[in-house]
Write a protein that binds this ligand. Sequence first.
Ligand code: GLU
Length: 307
Amino acid sequence: MIRGRFAPSPTGELHAGSLVAALASWLDVRALKGEWWVRMEDVDGPRCLVDSAVSILHQLSLCGLHSDSEVIYQSRRNSFYEQALHQLIAKGLAYPCACTRKEIEEQQANLGLSLERHKSAVYPGTCRNGLHGKPARAWRFNVVKWSELRGSPEVHWTDRRLGPQSQNVQEEVGDFVLKRADGMWAYQLAVVVDDAAQGITHVVRGEDLTDNTARQYLLQEALGFEHPHYMHTALVLGPKGDKLSKQNGAKALDLSSPQAVFLAMQSAASTLGLSTLAQPVSESADLDLALSTWTKEWAQRYLRASP
Ligand code: GLU
């Protein structure tokens, strides 16, 4: 069974950028004749709002995008993440870490590590061999050990749009967090556990997330999961050429009428390189027709060339 997903973090309503990810993942599974599941990535408790999840689902339904399964909430799936962490601990691939953010920065400065990657330098591995008598705060994945076991720190994968990718996770990222000091599950662990548990075969999401894929590959290997196929789509850019986000002034989507919905979808489709269709009259049939036209175009454009 082909299965894709849209996995928003409910920290606000959908904006033009997140609608592109929703539409792209929907078109992809429709073109592949699979299922599309919506998953609320609300592990980051304090930042996630129940109202946002409700609004997002309403916005998606106005756009004709309906989940083929019951919507899944990560905040209700603690036991699955706990189980995966225990599996990694049992294999010696996860270790507790006592370092505070400030201590990590000091260790990095002492080692001359620069802050080049997303403004956070590689974790220097301070607690890899023990806590030095300090209390545990977070849990980290032992990238060094897993790299040895798998025979290489280099992860190679092929993106369906961007082509061959590689990353040396050990050098470029380091031992990354699985469970945070505040007790929240890290995105990397939750996403890998859920993609596997839900049988997701095709992940389609924004290009800003490309860099996470190598880490997710390593966790999938270590937990014995299959790798889904990955595709990262073009982003909607904000006024300064950076990714559109709530922080840089993404406006709320106007979905106040069938015409407004059509225009929002049209603009998402054009970010994906799909054609602009004739202006609608007022009926939702226009949207259904547009979605089926874009599905055919998607198949032409992305399925034929896919590795
Ligand atoms: N929850 C993530 C976000 O909203 C998406 C994660 C994913 O698609 O893997 O940015």
